[in-house]
Design a protein around this ligand. Structure first.
Ligand code: BGC
Length: 356
């Protein structure tokens, strides 16, 4: 009798597992996706990891998700572990995009395909696809926002501006600066924009590991060294974390909402969105990480099933070895005028979250 009950229970378990998999989940045959993410110190990556995990599990995959807290060596070890665990595919958002060539070669040798997530993996032929946002487009959108907000094309005023750009080991940061300067360089050249520190090149403005503390320190130094007699009008920053750093520096230097500069950011993090509503940040770049995760999941399925994923760029993302077929989502500028429609309407945040 016990044996019969055990058998019935076993059959029931198999049936319910098959049902849980939904949409053919049971056919995934227990395939495992290893996801290496850079850090939990910035909200966007927590959302990215969470969305990827949820979407993959929904489809019946196992997921190993790890964060390396901006420690390059820790990320290398995490990926090595995933390779020895024999994951079926790797998704990597690199901390230092050029520091992973060794583990990438190992993965290739073990027959594990790699998808670059948000940040291009440099100097390797082991990457199959790249899912990201149009990174030069992010820079352009920030530049165009500043151009329009200050009516740079028509104004007779001059505006002071300082730049806080992303990490030199992140290809996205280079592209963002390029896009930004395509819009703003003419106004620096004709004197409408004045950068008193003279620091406008990527080399002079990039901040290693996207450090908020460094941005704050630089902003403090700029304000005391160059803006004692004249207000800083624009903080062109590449990241919400930098915008928080600038806010602290500006408050420390006695700025109030009366003479607050235009401050840009990227990611539309919750805190940034609240700062936008309160007036302490002017804009951010909204990147719907749910959409990015969806495109990346499509790439995972393609490498596992030998099908073609959705690709919309086959020319831009050369990593010094190969040009990686990419899907680029569209970044959108968000500010006080459209946050309700974009962030609340789009279900990214609830009104309560933004009010809290
Ligand atoms: C991402 C940005 C993010 C930055 C800092 C970049 O690679 O594209 O969305 O703000 O890293 O985490």
């Amino acid at each position: 009798m016990k044996k019969i009950i055990a058998l019935v229970l076993a059959v029931m378990m198999v049936l319910s597992l098959a049902a849980c998999g939904g949409n053919g989940g049971a056919q995934k045959g227990g395939k495992t996706v290893g996801i290496a993410m850079p850090t939990q110190s910035s909200e966007r990556w927590i959302k990215d990891g969470g969305n990827m995990k949820a979407q993959l599990e929904e489809k019946g995959y196992n997921v190993v998700l790890q964060y390396a807290e901006d420690d390059v060596q820790a990320q290398v070890s995490q990926i090595e572990n995933m390779i020895s665990q024999k994951v079926d595919v790797l998704v990597i958002a690199a901390i230092d995009s050029g520091a992973l060539t060794g583990v990438e070669a190992q993965a290739k040798q073990a027959g594990i395909p790699i998808i670059a997530y948000d940040r291009l993996l440099m100097d390797t032929d082991a990457v199959s696809y790249y899912a990201s946002f149009d990174n030069e487009g992010v820079g352009r959108a920030i530049g165009e926002y500043i151009e329009k907000a200050k009516d740079l094309a028509n104004t007779t005023e001059t505006y002071t501006i300082e730049f806080f750009m992303g990490s030199p080991d992140d290809n996205n940061a280079v592209l963002l600066h390029r896009g930004l300067m395509k819009v703003l360089q003419p106004y620096l050249d004709n004197g409408t924009l004045v950068c008193k520190t003279g620091r406008t090149s990527f080399e002079d403005t990039c901040i290693l590991r996207w450090s908020q503390e460094t941005a704050q320190q630089w902003c403090e130094n700029y304000l005391s060294g160059f803006y004692a007699d004249e207000d800083l009008d624009i903080c062109a920053t590449a990241f919400d974390g930098f915008a928080y750093g600038c806010r602290s520096a500006l408050e420390g230097a006695g700025y109030t909402l009366e003479n607050w500069p235009l401050i840009t950011g990227q990611d539309a993090e919750l805190m940034a969105s609240k700062n936008i509503i309160a007036g302490y940040q002017t804009m951010s770049i909204y990147k719907d990480t749910r959409l990015l995760a969806e495109k990346c999941v499509g790439m995972i399925e393609a490498v596992l099933n030998g099908t073609e994923p959705e690709i919309n760029d086959t020319t831009t993302y050369n990593n010094n070895v190969i040009t990686v077929p990419s899907y680029l989502c569209t970044p959108v500028a968000v500010d006080q005028s459209n946050y309700e429609e974009l962030l609340i309407g789009g279900g990214y945040y609830t009104a309560e979250e933004l009010a809290g």
